[in-house]
Design a protein around this ligand. Sequence first.
Ligand SMILES: NC(=O)c1ccc[n+]([C@@H]2O[C@H](COP(=O)([O-])OP(=O)(O)OC[C@H]3O[C@@H](n4cnc5c(N)ncnc54)[C@H](O)[C@@H]3O)[C@@H](O)[C@H]2O)c1
Length: 374
Amino acid sequence: MNINIAIIGGGLMGREITSAFARWCALTDVPVTPVLKAVADLNPETLSWFKRIPTVTQMVSDYHEILANPEIDVVYVAVPHHLHEKIYIDVLRAGKDLLAEKPFGIDLAAAQNIVNVVNETGRFVRCSSEMPFFPGGQRAFELARSGQIGRILEVVSGFHHSSDLDPTKPANWKRLNATCGQGGVLNDLGMHACHLPIRLGWKPKKLYAQLQKGYTTRPDGKGEGGTITCDTWDNALIHGWSDINGQETPVRLEMKRLQPGATNTWFIEILATDGGVRFSTADPKALYLFERGKEQFWKRTDLGFATPFKTVTGGIFEPGFPDVIQQMWAAYLLERQGLLENRFGCATPQEALESHQVFAAALESHDGNCVVTL
Ligand SMILES: NC(=O)c1ccc[n+]([C@@H]2O[C@H](COP(=O)([O-])OP(=O)(O)OC[C@H]3O[C@@H](n4cnc5c(N)ncnc54)[C@H](O)[C@@H]3O)[C@@H](O)[C@H]2O)c1
């Protein structure tokens, strides 16, 4: 079955999703196929890249034109954060289903407005968060919910980048509160850190946050010595307490643009009395499991390509970012058709809203230098 897709925002992520669709033949057990039909972007150069995709029949600067196209079933929106609320709501009111990029709106109020329209229109909506589709992420999730690792002592979930350590890196919209949001890095990377803890029911009940800024000015990228003032939070540490099986448990969420050496590193660590698990995309095949017997062990295994949706790729090969983006889309399209069964689904609007509750509390905590109860 073919599902016609439109993309609003053909930048970094719009193109990534396009390449995932273009090699859909890799998936062996997904009876739903996305067909990219339409793209909207303000930048004509960005739009012209999509000429290489033969199925694209509509390339426009005004996204309302693709919302008026009756052929389109699902819209993927990947634009700067200050546009999320308006465009997501326009998509829903046009009667289309939506895969929304994170964050779900620029702040908590925007997220709540979007959720209200999701409920009112009844459209099928999910929020982008692909990292848990790594085989190691799936194993960590399965182990955590198995109840077989004893009392959970501590959870750390995070997402790290390092490229902002380079002062010559030009500013873009992600470095400005006006377009990225007051949450800054919370908006940018927070959904990645929150997804599994929230899915497991471990949203912090109270938290203390430390937020930091990096360089306050950056080159404007025009090559003539001009600079732009950057005002976003760049690193965030959230020290939360969650109720896990009736025990108050530390859950730390880390989002950083300034983590020496890290390139798109998503990780999760769950430590418990009878077991534990560590996974990081810095070492994408490796899964570390803790075992407590007479002696205590950390065991390492190479998982290979054990993705939730099966592919032609050999089981010994390494998964990467393009693979988990494709896995996330497989989950989205299958769940939309009622075919997900018991496999891992994409982040729901409610989960995205809850992530914004965490970000809002983190901003309040840092501002008041206090613990905030959610
Ligand atoms: N899931 C992930 O891992 C991941 C990674 C990076 C970015 N993102 C998210 O994806 C979204 C886009 O980020 P990006 O890195 O692709 O940004 P980008 O700047 O590369 O692309 C944004 C595109 O939106 C276009 N645009 C702006 N206003 C528009 C409008 N009114 N109509 C149509 N197009 C418009 C721009 O011209 C640009 O091409 C953000 O929400 C970001 O947080 C997600």
